[in-house]
Write a protein that binds this ligand. Sequence first.
Ligand code: SAH
Length: 224
Amino acid sequence: MRMKHKPWAEPYLRSHPEIVLTPSEITSDRGKTLLHLTPLFLEIGTGKGDFIVGMAQKNPDAYFFGIEKSPTALAITAKKVVEAQLTNVMLLNDDALLILDLFPEQTMQAIFLNFSDPWPKKKHSKRRLTNEKVLSTYFKLLKKNGKIYVKTDNIGLFEFSYENFSNMAYDIVEYSHDYDGHDAFDYPTEYETKFRAQNIKINRLIVQKGEHTHETDPSATETV
Ligand code: SAH
């Protein structure tokens, strides 16, 4: 999503340290404590925050951590969090592909990827949020039996994601080209609302961290 940069965004984010963590806080004592709250859910690419705010309101006993690289989009999200007086949302303004390796392992109950940038050109496939490398990172962040939820209008990104998950130690839980949105543990995003109004079909993929050892995890040991 290309957003016009708003000059109030960074100052606003800085003025809400109770919600917005800085990248260096991830490995601090505060960050570690917050990232071990449970159950904890991660959204990557919050956009303007309809999803994370809606989910946090509907699930007050769960914690939601959102990463978004656009300061303006994240500031709009942060404003919604402040206005709704939510205390179960944490936000971070950074590129997830650069920061996720700092997060503690086996902390996330689920990860949500909502209408991620498709990066249709092959030479840009490394930037897709479901490239093989980042799927290994997600695997480490997820708790046992943790899930990843992908919603997208983009069939190319959908099939790319499905193939990569299938090639790794993830079990496919749902594969739908026409998701109706009727899931109590879900909430429509800004893109989703726009697409549904235009009768554009929404694809949804849900995968679960498999029981078996992850083949690309260097710390993995074979059990016979
Ligand atoms: N989830 C929202 C926005 C979708 S647009 C919705 O469904 O309406 C994709 C969003 O992901 C944009 O806001 C973009 O800035 C963000 N994004 C893309 N790549 C990212 C990355 N590597 N790290 C963090 N955010 C990213």
